[in-house]
Design a protein around this ligand. Structure first.
Ligand code: GLU
Length: 286
């Protein structure tokens, strides 16, 4: 019998803002295993839109570390910086549909006026105060060729967004209460993570997004964007993040646990993976 080729398409999406560490290896291993065990494909996306923190040497290090671990992906590597026209096209669609608005408030204004403190996280922001929105009936200004103002997506207040996570189970959040109007384009003319990620996951044909559970809250925003842009939603599988002995989330500052250091200490990928396999045994297809 000829086996039907799998339609599973997953991705690894590191940001080249530092050296990869053990926590990345763990999430990426889960992503690679879920693709491998279903006979699917794995793509590598270089999330290099953050021009301030992005460094070319980290891209090279990232690829070297991923190869050391033995991951394989479909070539070529996809770099977000080469795909700005795709994000811009999505932005224009949102603009034409009147779903976004320009915002001149600073992050500090928003933080000070927000009703509730937010959990934080790099891609998270406090709930945007509704009285900062433009008045109904205000004419939407054009985007302009070069964007010099923040643009935000207006969330459907009161709507509950739900999805069932492959690892974390059923998730829900109420728009306007648990998260508010969020950035889609920054005033330094850079697309936001939320927009770029939603557009890419759709256009890359990703069927399941595997990533750290710090991004669960971003998923609600991305689901809204996918819906209004007319794309089907992928599945999601958010892995619990690794913590250090003090309970802090592993971050790029944990040099001792960078894959570089582990390699120099003589650790072998097979031994590293053996631990991950125990942690995720229940979540991996046989
Ligand atoms: N590049 C993002 C990060 O490293 C992850 C994006 C994603 O998996 O959606 O935090």
């Amino acid at each position: 019998m000829v086996e039907k080729p799998s339609s599973y398409r997953g991705r690894l999406a590191p940001s080249p803002t530092g050296l990869l560490h053990l926590g990345h290896a763990r999430t990426f291993w889960v992503a690679a295993e879920r693709a491998r065990r279903t006979g699917g494909k794995l793509l590598l996306r270089n999330d290099d839109l953050d021009a301030v923190r992005f460094r070319l040497d980290f891209v090279a290090a990232m690829i070297e570390d991923l190869r050391w671990l033995g991951f394989q992906w479909e070539e070529p590597v996809i770099s977000q910086n080469n795909r700005r026209h795709l994000y811009r096209a999505a932005l224009e669609k949102l603009h034409a549909a009147g779903l976004i608005f320009p915002c001149t408030r600073s992050r500090r204004d928003v933080e000070e006026a927000a009703a509730a403190p937010h959990e934080g996280g790099e891609n998270d922001e406090p709930v945007y105060p509704p009285h900062f929105r433009p008045a109904p009936g205000d004419v939407l200004p054009p985007l302009g060729d070069v964007i010099t103002v923040n643009w935000r997506f207006r969330v459907p207040d009161g709507e509950t967004i739900r999805f069932t996570d492959g690892c974390a189970g059923p998730q829900s959040a109420v728009a306007g209460r648990d998260f508010g109007d969020f950035l889609v384009w920054r005033k330094d003319d850079v697309p936001s993570y939320q927009l770029a990620c939603a557009v890419d996951d759709a256009l890359m044909g990703i069927t399941e997004v595997v990533r750290g559970d710090d991004l669960i809250r971003s998923t609600f925003r991305q689901l809204l964007l996918l819906r209004v842009l007319g794309h089907p939603a992928p599945g999601y599988f958010h892995c619990p993040l690794l913590h250090d002995h003090t309970g802090q989330r592993l971050a790029k500052r944990h040099d001792a646990l960078s894959l570089r250091s582990l390699r120099e200490q003589g650790r072998r990928p097979a031994d590293i993976f053996a631990e991950f396999a125990t942690d995720f045994a229940a979540h991996l297809p046989a």
